[in-house]
Design a protein around this ligand. Structure first.
Ligand SMILES: [Zn+2]
Length: 261
């Protein structure tokens, strides 16, 4: 994906394909019937872990750091550094890391087993509300994963431009500091949605239940506002777990929304 002088590449840490009713708890075959076009030929849904690499203007930025070398939902993480190498990027080349939020499957490569930064030349950045939630108010697995690199973190003011060509858009609900990254160059834009949506169905159908939201009601309101903004906007978007981390557009035709990659 090219946005003016900025290039965005998906960096996949691990991915799998699942029976949709089993991967989205509480959903039935009937729930999925209107969304068959989002499933593959075998009727399965893709689910990826990873991040996005943004290069240009003298910076090499990663948005989210995947699952890391561990297993979750039957997905083995661990491919991110190899994927980066195949794009010609060594860990020491990365100048900046920004996190859409601090869930464990987005910070997997922040630190190694000894607690040292994997990206030793980079500043790490997140929303202050997520720092407070995960590191101060409810310290758990995420705090354990980040403690060794805590001094590397900076927070941004909500809505701030975090790096040249990367603006933050507060999108709370999934986590308190959940943030959409808006990548722009001139009139061109693309958006990285983080976990504001987990599956393209949530863009097509406002009422579709999401996963693991800290505040489900706020997450729903955030998602409805996002869907209205995206619908017919022609802005390419990608979320943190969409199949293959592919970009797509939310189009409107014949009275209904369609997700088109
Ligand atoms: Zn999440």
């Amino acid at each position: 994906m090219q946005v003016g002088d900025l290039r965005i590449d998906a960096v996949i840490d691990g991915q799998g394909r699942f029976e949709p009713t089993k991967s989205f708890r509480g959903t039935t075959e009937e729930d999925w019937a209107p969304h068959r076009d989002l499933l593959d030929a075998d009727g399965r849904i893709g689910f990826a872990m990873g991040g996005f690499l943004i290069r240009g203007r003298g910076r090499t930025t990663l948005v989210d750091l995947g699952l890391g070398p561990r297993r979750f939902l039957g997905i083995d993480g661990g491919a991110l550094l190899d994927e980066l190498a195949s794009l010609g990027v060594a860990p020491g080349d990365v100048t900046d890391v920004v996190f859409t939020h601090l869930h464990f499957d987005h910070i997997g490569w922040a630190a190694d087993e000894e607690g040292r930064a994997v990206f030793g030349s980079a500043v790490y950045r997140c929303a202050p509300a997520d720092w407070d939630h995960f590191m101060v108010d409810h310290p758990g697995e995420e705090a354990d994963m980040l403690r060794g690199v805590a001094d590397r973190f900076e927070t941004w003011a909500p809505g701030a431009t975090v790096l040249p060509g990367i603006d933050t858009l507060a999108a709370p609900g999934h986590t308190p500091g959940s943030t959409i990254m808006v990548v722009s160059a001139g009139t061109e834009r693309a958006m990285l949605l983080g976990d504001v949506v987990h599956c393209p169905v949530e863009l097509v159908d406002d009422e579709w239940a999401s996963l693991s939201d800290v505040d489900p009601d706020l997450a729903l309101r955030t998602r409805i506002a996002l869907n209205r903004e995206l619908e017919g906007s022609d802005v390419p978007v990608a979320a943190a777990h969409f199949p293959g981390l592919q970009f797509g557009r939310l189009l409107r035709a014949e009275g209904r929304r369609r997700w088109v990659v």
